[in-house]
Ligand binder design. Sequence first.
Ligand code: NAD
Length: 424
Amino acid sequence: MVSGRVSYLEWMLQVLKESVELGGFPEEVYHILSKPERVLMVSIPVKMDNGKLVVFEGYRVQHNSALGPYKGGIRFSPEVDLETDIALALGMTLKNALNGLPYGGGKGAVKVDPLKLSPGELERLSRGYARAIAPLIGDVIDIPAPDVGTNPQIMAWMVDEYSRIKGYNVPAVFTAKPPELWGNPARIYATGFGVAIAAKIAAEKYLGGFEGLRVCVQGYGNVGRWAAYYSKYFGAKVIGVADITGSVYDPEGVDLDLARKVVDEHGGVGIIYYPKGQKTEDPSAVLYFDCDILIPAAVENVIREDNVNKVRAKLIVEGANGPTTAGAEKILSDKGVVIVPDIAANAGGVIMSYLEWVENLQWYWWDEEETRRRLQSIIENNIKRLISRYETMKSEKKGVTMRQVAFVLAVERIYKAMKVRGWL
Ligand code: NAD
């Protein structure tokens, strides 16, 4: 417990425990999954541009390998600590299992604010981290990818560093690389594309269709802008968007191309400079606009007990990781609001990483259209399977959330693998 509030790890463990009970799995399953298999702590000395040496702290958590190699991103953030990294790694074990991927879960982190580093310092830190974790990763052992604060360029430096250590090219050891270096062009929009597919399928089930429904999106970065784009592409009307600079409301539909142009002209953040609609400098305002579907795709903990009653959407599709707190979820669930949880809704990124990994392992590639077709088919099947199981479990036990059901489905796969391996 952190100052009276439940930490992210505590909350994850709470839902895991409930799901192990709900799914009728042996208690030992909780005991195994509540702890990571292995934790690596690393110190990374980096020569800064001013000649001084700074030693950064980093981690790589290998949470569970019952279903395959560890898989999960690397976060560069001043806020990360080992406990958060363990919670994120557990989340990856569950996300990979839920989405049918042949992966276990892992997560890496470096305690740093990447925005305060020069490009040269960032490259030296990225290469230093890759060297530090190199003994424990590999293209069939542990396959990292980007997360908050890291990007395809950083993956390119890391795959280059790892390949130099090995003495030959190892493309499949990191995913979400630039298209120029064994990456796939569909990666850039994969997560937002998946969020929009999840929104469409859930809306067809719970709101009677998707065409013309009013959608609001918080966050106009990697996930948010593509979730908005594909929501419109699939027929909905995006009436609210927001980034850290503020919220924009336009009941006639936001001009998404213009919004993207304006944001890019301001270095990636700047929705407040969008020249039309009604604007406010409050980035949370978008959560309270009158709409049918809300897609929080910015940061965690934005829908909390203290503001949840202002949320008017009937369906929430979690683009970000952990945007809804446990208390807020309970209140929304009691009101009948459906939440498609993060581990299902934003899995497009890791599913795309899986496709890239398969390409790289075979030194083969699919073109963008073929990749998108495969991606769409996997996401659609997964979301439909989750909703169908949610409907069954809800009829058996009142008050069950889709998040709990997602955890049950994930644990079920891991449990079966652990059992047949003889771990239990
Ligand atoms: P990003 O940095 O590209 O974009 C974040 C966006 O959120 C920016 O527009 C930023 O201005 C906005 N923002 C930040 N703080 C805000 C606040 N308090 N209120 C409103 N807006 C705010 O990040 P991203 O890659 O789009 O990731 C967003 C979320 O999705 C994160 O939780 C991330 O873990 C999760 N996620 C991302 C991916 C991926 O493929 N990028 C995959 C799965 C999950």
